[in-house]
Design a protein. Structure first.
Length: 254
């Protein structure tokens, strides 16, 4: 990237030097032509204007000059820089000149060699340092982005794990509550069954006591009646045997 930019800059500078040299050379040619145009006018203005004292002398050189001018008129017209062919000798700024391009190239190469030893290496080193710094910044940014992405993934994984653990805790709590409820229900049922069995046992015991008492009272009544009927006293053994006989005849569930 930097070398391509510098190459483009060098080529642009070379073309700029060529155009600038062409412009300077054209300007110098124009200045020279203008100086040649003003030189004859200045010479004619400096000649004396008094021709009355020596009319013959002034006419003779004029007459002598006329044949010479007639003989060399064509050549004088072609070589005189004050005539219209001066514009043909001038160069346009955009015209390409080989000699100017050659000398410009030599100057440019010398300038380039000097700049290479003085400025090119520092510029390249600075650009390379800048590229390395930019590449390092980009790499650091990419590493930071990767670390942020990894941390985000870790946080998301932790959140998912926490959500799963929370669901498991809720499910376990629900199971524990259901189990505790079942235990309470079973315990209550067992307690009710024990109380029922205890009540039934108490009832059976009371029933037996009541039946025993009733049987005893019935035996006593029967003994009294029998004594009265028979007219004699029944012995204790007979009395006990009679009670047992009556108890055996009573139903067990009543």
């Amino acid at each position: 990237m930097s070398r391509r930019f510098l190459t483009t800059l060098v080529i642009t500078a070379w073309f700029g030097l060529v155009l600038a040299g062409s412009a300077v050379h054209a300007q110098s040619d124009a200045d020279a032509a203008e100086a040649k145009d003003t030189a004859p006018a200045a010479a004619t203005s400096e000649q004396p204007e008094d021709h009355s004292t020596e009319p013959t002398e002034a006419k003779e050189p004029a007459a002598a000059h006329e044949p010479a001018s007639a003989e060399h008129g064509g050549e004088h017209h072609d070589t005189d820089p004050t005539h219209a062919n001066v514009t043909d000798a001038l160069y346009e700024v955009t015209d390409f000149r080989t000699d100017l391009a050659f000398f410009t190239a030599i100057v440019f190469l010398l300038l380039l060699a000097g700049l290479y030893s003085v400025a090119w290496k520092p510029i390249m080193q600075g650009l390379e340092k800048r590229e390395r710094r930019i590449a390092g910044n980009i790499e650091q940014a990419e590493q930071a982005a990767q670390q942020a992405t990894a941390k985000l993934a870790q946080y998301e994984a932790k959140l998912a794990t926490a959500a799963e653990e929370a669901q498991q805790i809720v499910a376990e709590a629900r199971k524990d509550a259901e189990a505790a409820g079942q235990k309470l229900i079973a315990s209550a049922q067992e307690e009710a069954a024990r109380q029922r069995d205890r009540a039934v046992a108490d009832i059976e015991s009371a029933k037996r006591v009541a039946l025993s008492e009733l049987a005893g009272q019935s035996a006593d009544v029967a003994m009294s009646v029998a004594q009265r009927i028979v007219g004699r006293e029944i012995k204790a053994d007979d009395h006990q045997s009679l009670i047992q006989e009556m108890l055996s005849k009573l139903p067990s569930n009543n």
